[in-house]
Design a protein around this ligand. Sequence first.
Ligand SMILES: [Zn+2]
Length: 379
Amino acid sequence: MTKLLDAFKKRQSAMLDLLTALVERESFTREKDSVDRLVDFLEARFHSLSPSSVQRFPQSDVGDFLLAKWNETAPGNPFLILAHGDTVHPTGALSSMPIRIEDGRFYGPGALDMKAGIVIALEAIRALQQSGQLPPRPIHFLLNTDEEIGSPHSEALIKDLAADCELALVMEPATKEGAIKTWRKGGGKYTLTIDGRAAHAGIAPQEGINAIIEFAQQALEINKLNDLKYGTSVSITLVEGGSAGNVIPAQVRAHIDTRVMTMSAMEDLQAALTNLYPKMPGAKVCCVRGHQRPPMERRPGLFEKVAEIGERQGLTLYEGGTGGGSDGNFTAAMGIPTLDGLGAHGDGAHAPHEHVIIDSLPRQATLIAAILREWALGD
Ligand SMILES: [Zn+2]
């Protein structure tokens, strides 16, 4: 066992205390006041680690964002640590899924996704700083609070910070198998609107244009865009239409969720979905793209480099990927080397059995500290 891992193992209970404090501060994305209480707590925590600066970005719709910088004036491109403070669990979830430790696992809402990731990154910085081993490079740590809704408010700030960074470290949980995420699918949301014409279903059905019948035909066409073998999925996930039981429906609205492995698949899908033509005379079909995250395509050589760093600490690393998106999708699509899934190991993100495998806390802190210390050596 190496010294770094030994030192972090001694910090395991301190890390669990911090994790408990973060999980106790429930932070559902849509509840700004409670998210801001977590942000207040973390702001103080950042200050306790003697950063060069801590900036708070006030938000009106979601919790405020925090940006802490160490070695602000050091030369070289910064490391960018990305973490989100929000969770998908509404306030009160703690009462139905209370914090508990069982069989080496820490249970609690948001523990895995990704409060443990925040703990790991803070602990890595603390240890490097106390031992005088922070790299002679700027380290930027961004905490946003809207990741679980696709980061609509923080996307611009993330991109701005990523533009000149050396490496983006995303503190999302590892895969269920404990692997680093080197690829993620991208995704886009679409809204399909079909307009027909209302008519009395008994007196004059022939005067109507049935938007549901038009939708049914479009749905079958849209379903054909699935190409699961190449990682493309197109799912109609929500439908609303019609106005009353005796009225030919004048309108249908549907939501479409798309996931892709590559930028080119994303562009092909967009072309197909925004060029749907009506099947029925007089019907109107309109499909509009909403929020979109580009895919994080696997970058050759990146995993190999981090695996070597891990190996020197006695850690064997694995790589994997996922269909879900993260803020790493934004940075990777900009061409910035991005390592994702660097947070805790565990299972049940977004679910009632969400938990962290406790001994992954010192393990991942070792990895983050080693990456920060050694990534740019020899540059
Ligand atoms: Zn997350």
